[in-house]
Design a protein around this ligand. Structure first.
Ligand SMILES: Nc1ncnc2c1ncn2[C@@H]1O[C@H](COP(=O)(O)OP(=O)(O)OP(=O)(O)O)[C@@H](O)[C@H]1O
Length: 254
């Protein structure tokens, strides 16, 4: 059975002057799949994320979301159509409650300009939905705490709840486990698995190989802006070009 493609990247390029930060990268993301983007430092992962999300205008190439060309759209337009990067709204408002942070994000879902965004609407429908999302990410009990009082792990969960409030077709996670303890990382991996079971399509950048290999179905490897490998985690880990790319980088920094 062929799987439905939700995102297709075709020969995407982002150059900064002479620096080819992303060069001719192509890959597909299937509906409900978790795809990891890995590569040594400076490989172009963040630039690729930013180019997909509309933070950067591509130098060339195409991005199709559900079959429609979206390259060149602005970041908020891309978020609105369903590609949500946690980082874009992950920084919660620290002085308001966890619940209010999610209620605010629910307001973003029917984006109608800035005046609407900052209007908290405690309609029962919104509160119920916000509580549901907090439950989903495992921080329901913290609903009445100020966001600024949360641990880093819980703060990241709040970021996911706020992203989910936008009903994303694709969730883009940029190093979600960075800075988390061993236990919090394990718990976060479980959360990603739960999202997968719920059918969320995910692209993840993560330096922790244990996380990458544990949660992703497929891996795309970048090096110097180019895709050097793509496959399941088992194949990619054993790919000589991938091993070389990582070892080569270690040598450079030695
Ligand atoms: N705004 C920018 N202007 C100029 N060069 C940039 C810009 N952003 C990134 N670069 C360069 O593009 C290349 C790719 O950087 P990028 O941050 O995308 O890599 P990365 O794989 O995310 O790295 P890391 O794992 O260290 O976060 C690097 O050489 C970087 O210095």
């Amino acid at each position: 059975m062929s799987r439905e493609v939700i995102l297709e990247i075709q020969n995407l390029k982002k150059h900064f002057g002479g620096l080819k930060a992303v060069n001719d990268v192509s890959f597909k993301l299937f509906k409900g799949e978790t795809l990891a983007l890995i590569g040594p430092n400076g490989a172009g992962k963040t630039t690729l994320f930013n180019t997909i999300c509309g933070v950067y205008k591509p130098t060339g190439g195409k991005v199709f979301y559900e079959g429609k060309e979206i390259q060149g759209l602005k970041a908020h337009e891309i978020a609105r159509i369903g590609i949500v990067r946690t980082f874009q709204i992950a920084h919660p408002f620290r002085d308001i409650t966890v619940l209010d942070n999610v209620v605010l994000a629910l307001g973003l879902d029917d984006y109608k300009g800035l005046s609407r965004i900052f209007k908290l609407s405690h309609k029962k429908k919104n509160v119920d939905r916000a509580m549901e999302l907090l439950e989903k990410v495992g921080i329901r009990e913290q609903w009445n705490k100020k966001a600024g009082e949360l641990s880093l792990g819980y703060m990241k969960r709040l970021g996911i709840a706020r992203s989910l409030a936008l009903n994303p077709g694709i969730l883009m996670l940029d190093e979600p486990c960075a800075g988390l303890s061993f236990d919090a990382t394990r718990a976060f991996m479980k959360l990603i698995e739960d999202l997968q079971k719920g059918g969320t399509s995910i692209i993840i950048i993560e330096h922790d190989m244990h996380v990458t290999m544990g949660v992703s179905e497929r891996v795309v490897v970048l090096n110097y802006g180019e895709k050097i490998a793509e496959g399941n985690p088992y194949e990619v880990q054993r790919n000589p070009q991938v091993i070389e790319a990582y070892i080569g980088k270690e040598d450079e920094s030695a």
